[in-house]
Write a protein that binds this ligand. Sequence first.
Ligand code: NAD
Length: 357
Amino acid sequence: MSQFQIALVSGDGIGPEVTEQAMAVLNKIGEQFQHTFLFQNVLAGGCAIDATGKCLPEETLECCKKADSVLLGAVGGPKWDNVPNNQRPEKALLGLREGLGLYANLRPATIHKALAEACPLKPEITADGLDILIVRELTGGIYFGERGYREGKYGKEAYDVEAYSEMEIKRIAKNAFEVAMQRNKKVTSVDKANVLESSRFWRKVVTEVAKQYPQVELNHMYVDNAAMQLVRNPKQFDVIVTSNIFGDILSDEASMITGSIGLLPSASLGETGAGMYEPIHGSAPDIAGKNIANPIAAILSAAMMLKYSFQLDKEAQAIENAVTAVLEQGYRTPDIFSEGMKQVGTKEMGELICHNI
Ligand code: NAD
């Protein structure tokens, strides 16, 4: 019997509603597979500003550091739109990523067969579903590079620098190959090596790392082509590994292909210590408190936690299978509802998934 400490950062808006269902699902897994999940509630985001004046109180970060893993709902909302920029609720996310040393962002884009009609692409492109995992570098590159203003050829200009060290590329590439080993053993590294020096270095280092993973097939693709291939023939991808900025854009593109923001989980991982798991959606203030938010993204985030932080593959699979079963039985929250299906609320969806485990 194993025991896991989970820091629960429910946050704002629909955050508490969806994490409550994720917690219920984890407890059900605990019962069935003889594990104990101990949850500690901590504040971050708007609710933390209201309670303590800070979007990320020190106790929260300390608790997350000590925990085996962090489950986050979402933060932010119109109530805090006018707080100073460096104290906005969303800053809590950056503080958590930095404080926990999370440099790899894993975002699956999955289409469940039962929801194929939600995909905006032609049916034949995603027939039989889709399962891509984007591994995005999260703490380097142009978003964190040197920036400023200077006198240029045409007068005043602004600049941002894209730079990647060998260490940063190596560790994210390793992450991608490791997760590919747990999937279909194919990695596509996305760069712009025909133009950028930093991309040529990226390609060289990724190719080097690939030698340690002879079972994994590696190919390289320019980012403009990758953006096109994602809508033309997304099934060719298994794991995509890429830089911070390219990953930001491609992961949003990939999530749109799946058709619903309420279904997609994500994981942020570091070298050691707690990973952070959260739905990709925000706090959805427009539907908060109405029991209509889709809890599946939060529930699948819990499944990712089991797989990547606790190496409980069987248990993670049990959650994924239960989600698939409930969708196949025709149950839908309003965001994914269509004619002829059975509409349920947040709580009911959580209960149905527990029941199917
Ligand atoms: P959002 O993701 O909260 O909502 C976009 C749309 O999707 C809304 O119509 C919403 O109702 C719907 N939606 C989102 N999640 C859903 C779910 N689980 N079920 C059903 N429908 C769902 O994005 P937004 O409106 O741009 O942002 C709202 C707030 O959330 C802002 O304050 C923003 O800064 C914050 N935000 C937080 C995070 C995070 O915590 N990781 C991420 C993105 C946005």
